[in-house]
Ligand binder design. Structure first.
Ligand code: ADP
Ligand code: MG
Length: 234
């Protein structure tokens, strides 16, 4: 049996196989992801580190269905993203994943509640239910006292907690975060990482996050490194 090629693990919820991505500018090709394969089991906090320009965001954007691979298999919670049509991808984005950005991407004139309720409004949830779910998510990230505050009235750490609440509000299976602590002081980063760990170990949500911070990059259940368009598991 030992000579047999490793088969896909049925417990894996993220399965990436032979994924390639090249960007083109005019006649110049910039290969970014080079035949990447890896699998992640459910309910794990995954960190991904690597030098700037190594393709971390590109990989995350492929998992977020913001960008598509050139070839390979991208299976996330049973959704085969490579080759999927726009309708399937929309359902995937709305139901399966939540996204957290480095610079929060909150609407400046909306309160914390309205920012968190917005994705629910967009998917047709009635206002009363959306507001009640948004409140619940904001309570969960410890922002009970900031419900009516707008982003400019909150600290960076609080804004990131609002965006985590927004990512959680539809109860996703996977949170994808690109340098979520990249713009925060160390105290706020600690609070944010604690929340991600709670998401995984208390709510059973998988988290996949890109970081530049060595300490955070060592703190996951699985810590991946990216180099020369390839993934190395630590
Ligand atoms: P990282 O997040 O690790 O810093 P990225 O995934 O953002 O790296 O980018 C990897 C490489 O791909 C970089 O050299 C970047 O310039 C290039 N790249 C990213 N997006 C595009 C794009 N839309 N068009 C052309 N080149 C791109
Ligand atoms: Mg990046």
């Amino acid at each position: 049996m030992s000579s047999k090629k490793k088969e896909s693990n049925t417990n894996s919820v993220i399965k990436i196989k032979n994924v390639n991505k090249t960007f083109y500018q005019g006649e110049f090709a910039f290969p970014v992801l080079n035949d990447i394969s890896f699998e992640i089991a459910e309910k794990k906090l995954v960190t991904l580190m690597g030098p700037s320009g190594s393709g971390k965001s590109t990989l995350l954007n492929i998992l977020s269905a913001i960008e598509s691979a050139d070839s390979g298999e991208v299976n996330v919670f049973g959704h085969q993203l490579f080759g999927a049509d726009e309708k399937e991808l929309t359902i995937y984005r709305r139901k399966t994943i939540g996204i957290v950005f480095q610079f929060f991407h909150l609407f400046p004139y909306l309160s914390a509640i309205e920012n968190v309720a917005l994705p629910l409004y967009l998917s047709g949830t009635a206002k009363k239910i959306a507001v009640s779910k948004a409140k619940e998510a904001l309570f969960h990230v410890g922002l009970k006292h900031r419900l009516e505050f707008t982003p400019k009235e909150m600290s960076g750490g609080e804004k990131q907690r609002v965006s985590i609440a927004r990512a959680l509000v539809h109860k996703p299976k996977l949170i994808l975060a690109d340098e979520p602590t990249g713009n925060l002081d160390s105290k706020s980063s600690e609070i944010i990482m604690k929340l991600f760990h709670q998401c995984v170990h208390e709510l059973g949500i998988s988290v996949f996050l890109v970081t530049h911070n060595e300490q955070i990059g060592e703190s996951g259940d699985i810590n991946l490194r990216m180099l020369d368009g390839k993934i190395q598991k630590k």
